[in-house]
Design a protein around this ligand. Structure first.
Ligand code: PHE
Length: 354
């Protein structure tokens, strides 16, 4: 028995893993294990011999079993320690840097303009950038021979040879959305339409693609006074300061009367400051919607009237954020975008001030 004890105690102590340990258990105390066989031989002994050997064998069996159990726990603990050491993670490490984009000033200003006018009850309407001749011109009271067509430097699409229909155009302004909206929704209405427009023109203040926002309000008793209030309210919110406006009589085929609107500004060291001084800067065209335009949109001019305006978004962005050259807006120069771009979480919000 002492030999058996010594043998298994040292084998168990040396076992390196749970499989070896399990093999040892079977060898020692399994059904046909050495100790079990010894216990079976108790039956052949005399009563005195059995009284002596029985308790000793039982004690040996208990000792081996507890040595096995203790070793099993030790092996399990060691394995866990090993895993914890291997799978250790420093969750306090700073995250890897990721390149972050920025919001383009045009997108930001579009959001700002939308937020202010939405607060005044205008909802956003949209229309296609490739427009039919009818929506871009005729429906807006610009017939084929009208000089405004020539002045607009329009981009025309190609028609297949032999197709005599007038070509589609890249919309030269956002005004066609007025017609589309009137057709689809009738009166009364209050909408704005921000979007891209196109004219064949290129210098420091003109690019072949630029952005406008159209405004249209139609009801039974809308007047120029509502237009003026709306625009002054808008400029004050947009520039965050009281801005005087100047309405100059003008002419657009689609409004009557028409006015170009200037805002008060001052030139300081080669850049403009809005809301002070006694210079004026033209920022938009506007007027009372022409009866023919209402008719083209399916609205009875004897019953309804309204105002419309069209404003350059790019121009507004240049003024508010001191951006000197319009062309840079569309160059996609990363250095420019990082400098003038906005953080994606910097969302325009009336409550916080724009
Ligand atoms: N559509 C005109 C333009 O692009 C602007 C405008 C819109 C004027 C609405 C009057 C009314 O110049």
């Amino acid at each position: 028995m002492d030999d058996l004890r010594e043998k298994y105690v040292s084998l168990i102590a040396a076992a390196a893993d749970e499989t070896t340990l399990e093999d040892l258990r079977v060898q020692a105390v399994g059904k046909k294990g050495e100790i079990s066989l010894q216990m079976r031989s108790l039956g052949k002994m005399s009563a005195e011999e059995r009284q002596l050997a029985g308790p000793k064998l039982n004690a040996l069996k208990d000792e081996i079993n507890s040595a096995l159990a203790a070793k099993k726990t030790a092996l399990g603990d060691a394995a866990l320690d090993e895993r914890l050491r291997g799978e250790w993670l420093d969750v306090t490490l700073p995250a890897r840097q990721r390149a972050m984009g920025s919001i383009h000033p045009i997108s930001q200003v579009t959001e700002e303009v939308t937020a202010i006018l939405a607060d005044l009850g205008f909802s956003v309407a949209e229309g296609p950038q490739i427009e039919s001749d009818w929506y871009n011109f005729d429906a807006l009271n610009i017939p084929g021979h009208h000089p405004a067509r020539a002045e607009m430097d329009t981009f025309y699409t190609h028609r297949a040879e032999g197709d005599e229909r007038p070509p589609h155009v890249l919309r030269t302004h956002t005004s066609p959305v007025q017609i589309r909206h009137m057709e689809a929704h009738g009166a009364p209405c209050r909408i704005i339409c921000p979007g891209r427009v196109y004219r064949a023109d290129y210098d420091q203040t003109h690019t072949p693609m630029f952005n406008q926002v159209e405004g249209l309000a139609i009801d039974k008793d809308i007047s120029m006074a509502n237009l003026k209030w709306t625009l002054e309210e808008f400029f004050t919110a947009f520039f965050g300061t009281n801005v005087k406006t100047r309405f100059r009589a003008s002419h657009f085929p689609f409004t009557e009367p028409s006015a170009e609107v200037d805002i008060q500004c001052q030139w300081k060291d080669g850049s403009v400051v809005v809301g002070e001084g006694d210079d004026w800067l033209e920022v938009l065209g506007s007027g009372m919607v022409h009866p023919k335009v209402l008719q083209a949109g399916g609205i009875d001019p004897a019953e309804w009237q309204g105002f419309a305006f069209g404003m350059g978004i790019d121009r507004m962005a240049m003024l508010k954020y001191g951006i000197p050259d319009l062309r840079a807006f569309f160059d996609s120069d990363l250095r420019w975008l990082r400098h003038y771009g906005f953080a994606s979480l910097d969302q325009p919000n009336l409550a916080a001030g724009l």
